[in-house]
Design a protein around this ligand. Structure first.
Ligand code: 13P
Length: 278
């Protein structure tokens, strides 16, 4: 199966009335676990890495591995730059063969977000790559300790934004946040429904960790076609490592590595089942 454009996976999700999981990866074990889960579920998947994560997982090492894993997978895989913050990083990801990029201009004034997103669309176009943008402010922060105050996406502005930029998918803020939720979030499905009625562009839900199955299903019924999962996979790997070192008679890398991949595989598989409405 080829490395494919994210746009094609989004169309597949639309046709099948489901969502595709976009799973963040930070090392080889995470890539192996995520691809194994997708292959076993016989479903497309998105492998992604955020710009801020690159201090731990450098792009020049991660990108070739992610692209190669996609090319050799038995299911369609898109490779995505999550939360691109600089044009430089976005260009580099495209040069490495990422089939989609996100510009996170959510903290910029509306007009500046539009202008920068248009610039990214023009760059991505040179590679036939897909573009995701964000409007409104998702809580928490991907790969940082700063916590952003949630600001729900304005449905009218979402329409204007999509029309002016021509983005392929739009990340919305409906009370969702990155990282582990301190309490179960109350997602604003009324806002999501309003956006869905106004905007034809596929919608993206960030901050998937800790959202209930029922909430995922509701979000999918209201046009969410891509769901991001990061913290749950990173936690699964870290918790498995803790358990492994506490119980193994003689810890060694060669049994630890598959245990890490397995922890990520389980988490990804469980999410895929929900996203497929199975
Ligand atoms: P979580 O870390 O909450 O799963 O969020 C993932 C995400 O939205 C990545 O962009």
């Amino acid at each position: 199966m080829p490395l494919i454009k994210m746009k094609d996976i989004l169309s597949w999700a639309e046709e099948n009335n489901c969502a595709v999981g976009a799973f963040s990866v930070g090392n080889m074990e995470m890539v192996i676990g995520a691809v194994k889960a997708a292959e076993e579920m016989n479903t497309p998947i998105i492998l992604q890495i955020a710009e801020k994560r690159m201090k731990h997982s450098p792009l020049h090492l991660m990108a070739p591995m992610m692209v190669s894993a996609a090319k050799s997978a038995k299911v369609p895989v898109a490779v995505h730059l999550d939360h691109g913050l600089t044009i430089g990083c976005i260009k580099t990801a495209l040069e490495y063969g990422f089939t989609s990029v996100m510009l996170d201009g959510s903290l910029l004034p509306f007009e500046e977000n539009i202008e920068l997103t248009k610039q990214v669309c023009a760059e991505a176009d040179k590679y036939g790559a897909t573009v995701e943008a964000e409007l409104g402010v998702v809580g928490g922060n991907e790969g940082d300790t700063a916590v952003h105050k949630i600001q729900c996406t304005d449905p009218g502005k979402a329409l204007e934004f999509c029309e002016k930029t021509g983005v392929d998918c739009l990340a919305v803020a409906i009370g969702n946040a990155h990282g582990n939720y301190p309490v179960l979030p109350e997602l604003r499905f009324d806002v999501l429904e309003d956006i869905y009625q106004k905007v034809k562009t596929p919608l993206v839900l960030h901050g998937g960790t800790g959202i209930t199955d029922e909430m995922f299903r509701k979000a999918i019924s209201l046009g969410v076609r891509k769901i991001n999962i990061a913290t749950a996979s990173f936690d699964a790997l870290a918790n498995k490592t803790k358990e492994y070192t506490a119980t193994a008679d003689k810890p060694d890398y060669f049994t630890l590595s598959p245990a890490m991949a397995d922890a990520v595989y389980e988490n990804v598989k469980n999410h895929i089942k929900i996203f497929l409405n199975k």
